[in-house]
Design a protein around this ligand. Structure first.
Ligand code: FRU
Length: 438
């Protein structure tokens, strides 16, 4: 049985987006986009893992796989809901118009059709893939949304009704569509919303109440036209949402959810204490060689669970308390064992060297540079910065794992995360505290 600690990683081969993240019958369920045959993207399945604390994960294998004509080429991203004590899973069902003759896991010329479908599991452990049902057919009105690119249902319950937000596009611009249901199975179109900041297509939208308003999180495609891999980044904005009409209004411009280069398509849920927790996919350009646990080459992992909190008129993203609670052992060795939690204060002009990963304070901003711990892959960016921070000695809370560094800046005002390969050597700089797990 494959288990993961702190970060859920591909159990072998490929994973991308988190799906169906839900606390159900006393356990956290986290599904994920999974291609089980090679460490690259292909025909999508839903892999499944469970946890009792959001930090120890047990992989349970594949839950959803193609079984119907309408999802024969992929069970794309979606979400989960508890209804009548059962786990309801909602996903996008993909059917290619034609397959690439030499690679059946890709659509020839990108031609495909997407509908929305669901599967009900009585217990969160058994998944009858032949009991799926299609709930929203392929869209036929291009003014409403795209027949190929309408996907990623995020579903929630409120006041006895059920709501769904979908990512889509129309007239070349990203868009969200809202559907409503009285029973979680029969869905009716309610409204839509579009904004130039949604790019050419908005993937994986998530909308939830936070503080006195809502937060819209989404992953727009094609916004930053710099020709680099992974130009697409996840954004968020506070929003107003009127449930009776499904009318959305952004209250501020979209801004980065993570100021690093790799986090994408996060999904949120409520934890057992009612906190809003997000987990995002960390894109990895290369596979990591197999580990002793037998998972073989793996590519793709999840971020730490992060709690979104509204404080003093702005949103903070902080590591979940269960993460913090793991780090109890003080470290004194110059070559400590990972994972590590590092607290540091970075005045202007100061820098940290964490095993080859560099963090600097320049013109108020925190800049992280992975050039010494990332293979030279053409086109990939090596550095990223937060906006300037006014705190004179900027407090940092840093989590270091062999393939991921996550920096929570100024108590979660900004987060900056990077995938890395080959951290080595030791550390130096203004470190206040370093702990590892027991
Ligand atoms: C985002 C995404 C989703 C889609 C899934 C397919 O990374 O493109 O929009 O459902 O991945 O794997």
């Amino acid at each position: 049985m494959i288990t993961d600690f702190l970060h859920l990683k591909a159990p072998g081969n490929w994973i991308n987006d988190p799906n169906g993240f839900l606390y159900f019958h006393g356990a956290y369920h986290l599904f994920y986009q999974h291609f089980p045959y090679a460490p690259r993207w292909g025909t999508m399945h839903w892999g499944h893992a469970v946890s009792h604390d959001l930090v120890h994960w047990t992989h349970l294998g594949i839950a959803l796989f193609p079984s119907k004509a309408y999802d024969r080429n992929g069970v794309f991203s979606g979400s989960a809901l508890e209804l009548d004590g059962k786990l309801h899973l909602y996903y996008s069902a993909v059917r290619y118009l034609a397959e690439e003759p030499e690679d059946i896991h890709l659509a020839r010329g990108g031609g495909l059709q997407t509908s929305q479908a669901m599967l009900v599991s009585p217990d969160g452990r058994t998944f009858d893939n032949w009991s799926k049902r299609q709930i929203i057919p392929v869209l036929e009105d291009p003014a409403l949304g795209d027949a190929a690119d309408t996907r990623d249902p995020k579903v929630w319950a409120s006041d006895g009704g059920y709501y769904m937000i979908l990512g889509s596009k129309a007239q070349g611009q990203g868009k969200v569509l809202f559907y409503r249901s009285g029973d979680g199975t029969h869905w009716n179109y309610a409204n839509s919303y579009t904004d130039p900041s949604f790019g050419s297509m908005l993937e994986c939208p998530d909308l939830f109440p936070l503080g006195s308003s809502y937060l819209l999180v989404g992953s727009p495609m094609g916004v930053i036209q710099d020709g680099l891999p992974y130009a697409d980044q996840t954004m968020y904005a506070p929003a107003d949402f009127a449930e009776d009409t499904c009318t959305l209004r952004l209250l501020a411009p979209f801004t980065y959810l993570d100021w690093g280069l790799d986090l994408y398509a996060p999904q949120s849920t409520l934890d057992d204490q009612g906190r809003r927790v997000l987990i995002g996919w960390m894109r990895m350009p290369q596979a990591v060689r197999g580990e002793a646990d037998g998972r073989g080459p793996w590519r793709g992992m999840m971020s730490l669970p992060r709690v979104a909190e509204w404080e003093n008129g702005r949103v903070f993203f902080r590591p979940h308390p269960q993460v913090v609670a793991q780090f109890t052992q003080p470290v004194s060795s110059p070559r400590p064992t990972m994972p590590l939690r590092i607290l540091a204060s970075l005045p202007e002009g100061a820098s940290l060297d964490l095993f080859g990963y560099q963090i600097r304070r320049e013109r108020g901003a925190v800049t992280a540079d992975r050039s010494q711990v990332f293979d030279q892959i053409p086109g990939y960016r090596m550095t990223a910065s937060t906006p300037p921070i006014s705190a004179p000695c900027c407090p940092l809370e840093i989590y270091v794992e062999p393939n991921l560094v996550e920096i929570f800046v100024n108590h979660g005002q900004y987060v900056l995360s990077h995938v890395v390969y080959g951290l080595r050597g030791s550390f130096s700089g203004p470190i206040d505290d370093m702990t590892t797990v027991s």
